[in-house]
Design a protein around this ligand. Structure first.
Ligand SMILES: *Cc1c(COP(=O)(O)O)cnc(C)c1O
Length: 365
């Protein structure tokens, strides 16, 4: 890509090249696949001082909101779009609770293919909808939930010339597994425990794929216990059966019939882990604590793993001396409505243009 060449020529600092160029040799993708990238991945592993102290463990946050479109979906989308374009696709389709469509629309714009998005009517966070629209996606609202949208997307891809880029597309998991490689690179080994929110269950499956590959190629000496956290009203993997009308404020994990069910169950079993669930109140409390104590603002679904850790601590789980990685999956700015809803009684201090009045209001005198 000429743009990249120019940047290399005029600068000396190394810029992260995106997950395909950084990890091409470790990705199971067709030879000669072109690269459609926004230089995703390479996200920071940020130590959580708050959680480390609370648990007596080394707790790290894998901050996936730092990806180009604000969620981990970009890792899979760079690969899915690159492979689709390499195979001559001219249009791509996905079902989405929001972040998949935001990501797909951005990568489709770069690849100059047509993005078609199916979302549940009225159920998508405004930030995510804005992203899909501004990147040029055609957005179709479905009178149904995410699972219905996925059924339609599969049907469209089967009968019409559009490529499906949901995580049922194995290329998505190839991209997403790179997050495990980054964790292992940074920590020098795999953590003891890896915690993350789980909806359609592609991500936990991809992390496990990455960790088992890292173990097999010798870059890690162990694989972590995988713990997936679902929302109380959308917990099919916990309850052991699909949920017909999933309900939770955490819209990114409002999914009743996970596409990667079998892979995810295998990841939990093989790693000695579990799926469990937390309530919306626990999720919102964790979201707020993470923002106010660690300076990391994530969307509600992204806080499910942190909520889970807190719940396990209350129950008496002992993680002392362990290394724990928690993936926080998406940026808080995606869904400001939910974040602001809890503050209606707090942001109401109005003063005249007067230093003393401001000081009084701030409790400084
Ligand atoms: C997609 C998504 C999830 C759920 O990931 P799955 O792979 O569907 O389990 C969680 N959080 C955010 C922010 C997401 O965008």
């Amino acid at each position: 890509m000429t743009q990249g060449v120019t940047q290399q020529a005029i600068g000396t600092t190394h810029q992260w090249r995106g997950v395909i160029e950084e990890f091409r040799g470790r990705l199971d993708i067709p030879d000669g696949t072109p690269t459609v990238t926004l230089r995703e991945g390479g996200t920071p592993l940020v130590e959580s001082g708050w959680l480390s102290e609370l648990l007596g463990a080394d707790v790290w946050l894998k901050v996936e909101g730092d990806n180009p479109t604000g969620s981990f979906k970009d890792r899979g989308m760079t690969v899915a779009l690159s492979v689709a374009v390499g195979q001559g696709a001219e249009a791509v389709v996905c079902a989405s609770t929001g972040n998949t469509s935001a990501s797909m629309a951005a990568y489709a714009a770069r690849a100059r293919v047509k993005p078609l998005v199916l979302v549940p009517q009225g159920k998508i966070a405004t930030g995510k909808l804005a992203q899909a629209l501004i990147h040029g996606a055609q957005v179709i609202m479905v009178r149904g939930n995410f699972d219905d949208c996925l059924t339609i997307s599969r049907g469209l891809a089967e009968h019409y010339p559009v490529a499906l880029v949901n995580s049922v597309n194995p290329m998505r998991l190839q991209g997403q597994k790179t997050a495990s490689f980054e964790v292992v690179d940074f920590l020098g080994d795999a953590p003891d425990v890896h915690v993350l929110p789980t909806g359609n269950a592609g991500n936990i499956s991809a992390y496990w794929l990455g960790y088992t590959e890292a173990l097999a190629d010798g870059s890690a000496t162990k694989a972590p216990v995988m713990r997936g956290w679902q929302a109380w009203g959308a917990a099919p993997l916990v309850d052991g059966a699909p949920v017909k009308n999933p309900e939770t404020l955490a819209s990114a994990i409002r999914i009743g019939n996970p596409a990667s069910w079998t892979l995810a169950v295998r990841a939990a079993e093989e790693s000695g882990g579990t799926f469990r669930k937390v309530t919306d109140d626990q999720i919102l409390a964790a979201q707020r604590s993470l923002a106010s104590r660690d300076g990391v603002f994530v969307e509600p679904a992204s806080a499910a793993g942190v909520a889970g850790l807190l719940l396990e601590r209350e129950e008496g789980a002992d993680l002392r001396g362990r290394t724990v990685v928690v993936t926080v999956t998406g940026h808080g700015l995606k869904d400001v409505d939910t974040a602001l809803a809890t503050f209606t009684d707090i942001v109401d201090t109005v003063v005249d243009v007067d230093v003393e009045a401001a000081a009084r209001a701030a409790g400084l005198e």
